[in-house]
Design a protein around this ligand. Structure first.
Ligand SMILES: Cc1cc2nc3c(=O)[nH]c(=O)nc-3n(C[C@H](O)[C@H](O)[C@H](O)COP(=O)(O)OP(=O)(O)OC[C@H]3O[C@@H](n4cnc5c(N)ncnc54)[C@H](O)[C@@H]3O)c2cc1C
Length: 406
């Protein structure tokens, strides 16, 4: 029963209303912490349902402390996929080197986690779904900010007023476009495009990745378990970001087919699986760099604000840490000083992690014959040295305490 004191308190201090666009990683993590702070939270997601399964993502450094504070670390430890081997192949399919994945990624064995994106998504949703309103298959149509809040019209119909709105809607953020215009201004293309899709594991692979390289092209098979499908991955150098292909799966397939038309190894079978499958994910390998992360009552978080690209392996970790920092900044401040504090306290961490990009690209996707030969020589040496230490950037932020840990 509600006590007289609670009633008085809730009348005196109306709950702040927050709308989050995007239910990927940053969205539900932010929803979790804002709900703990007493916000009334709505999450709107354009997809009709959560995507299960999915490619593996890494959780490292400070992000592990975020999921520990959320109470989902044990569940994620159970979901750890424990990739044990990364084998590099030459153009003729011969082995160049076989190393522990951490030798290349800078992960720390026994500490860092690698989980299917869908398993992380399930854990995040389980932690918030009873306390937060989720609207799926819908999106923000327009934002109209004024002194008393921000009126949001939804594509599915209806208008509602919120105190704050958050864009957690990924690399191609629609919220960012509504604030500041076309993505091209903030898109820092790193020179590659990639396609990921699943195909049957007819290769006998288990907890391992096999990667075939020729200059400017890489094809990889990720086996996250013994019997699951493999995640097929095709990455290729391309002179400019194919903005026209982002909304067009047929154009995406055509680009990938032409880049790998004469490729050897298992690539012809991978292309056939891509043609026949229905879970193709295609994108440019790019970062997002914006001079600010908020405007008025709207703030961005995760890939929408600072996508670091998968070459850093830090997109998921930055999304989780960013969501925590954004909520923490609002614990005892209004949106305007809170958003300023969020950016001040988080930007250095994000910048340090975005800077990791050079290491990933040079190792995984050399674009010239000489760079590939040098990479292969380095890899042959790696087999004889112990796994690397953690990269300092992964832990370069100490989380503030803003509420009791669950
Ligand atoms: C193939 C691949 C491999 C990767 N590997 C790694 C890795 O090893 N390690 C790692 O840390 N990271 C990796 N990443 C990156 C990682 O997935 C992202 O950085 C991370 O998911 C970012 O989280 P986010 O919540 O900001 O964005 P997202 O996870 O992209 O979520 C955005 C959400 O917003 C929704 N949305 C989009 N537009 C709208 C709209 N208009 N309205 C409402 N909802 C909308 C989307 O449907 C999605 O659910 C990889 C990414 C890819 C594609």
């Amino acid at each position: 029963m509600t006590s007289a004191h609670q009633l008085k308190h809730s009348r005196a201090v109306p709950r702040r209303k927050a709308l989050i666009s995007g239910a990927g990683v940053a969205g539900p993590a932010l929803a979790f912490w804002l709900n703990r702070l007493g916000f009334e939270v709505t999450v709107v997601e354009k997809a009709p349902a959560l995507r299960s399964g999915g490619y593996p993502v890494d959780l490292r450094g400070t992000a592990l402390e975020v999921v520990r504070r959320m109470g989902i670390l044990p569940r994620l430890r159970d979901a750890h996929i424990d990739l044990r081997r990364l084998t590099f192949l030459a153009a003729d399919g011969g082995e160049v080197a076989s190393v522990h994945p951490h030798s290349v990624t800078g992960g720390v064995a026994g500490h860092d986690l690698e989980v299917r994106r869908g398993d992380l998504s399930d854990a995040l949703h389980a932690a918030v779904r009873d306390d937060v309103e989720f609207l799926s298959n819908d999106a923000i149509a327009t934002l109209d900010e004024h002194d008393h809040g921000i009126d949001v019209a939804f594509r599915g119909g209806g208008t509602r007023r919120f105190d704050v709105v958050f864009g957690a809607d990924g690399l191609h953020s629609h919220t960012r476009r509504m604030l500041w215009g076309p993505e091209e201004q903030f898109h820092r293309y790193l020179g590659y495009c990639f396609a990921v899709f699943t195909m049957p594991n007819t290769f006998g692979l288990s907890h391992e990745t096999v990667m075939w390289n020729t200059p400017g092209r890489a094809a990889a098979l990720y086996a996250v378990g013994d019997h699951d499908d493999v995640h097929a991955f095709l990455n290729f150098a391309h002179p400019h970001p194919p903005f026209g292909a982002f909304p067009d799966p047929r154009a995406q397939r055509a680009l990938v087919e032409s880049a790998f038309a004469d490729a050897g190894w298992e690539v012809p079978g991978m292309l056939a699986a891509m043609r026949d499958g229905n879970d193709l994910f295609f994108d440019a390998v790019s970062q997002i760099r914006t001079p600010r992360w908020s405007d008025g009552r709207v703030a961005l978080v995760g890939d929408a604000a600072w996508a670091p690209s998968f070459l850093t392996g830090q997109g998921t970790s930055l999304a989780l840490v960013g969501a925590y920092m954004l909520a923490a900044s609002l614990a005892d401040r209004d949106h305007s000083s809170g958003f300023a504090a969020y950016e001040l306290d988080t930007r250095g961490f994000v910048t340090a992690n975005q800077a990791l990009v050079g290491k990933g690209g040079a190792t995984l996707f050399p674009t010239t014959a000489q760079a590939l030969e040098e990479r292969n020589a380095r890899l042959r040496e790696l087999t004889s040295i112990p796994p690397t230490k953690a990269r300092p950037a992964h832990s370069a932020l100490v989380l503030p305490d803003f509420m009791p840990v669950v």
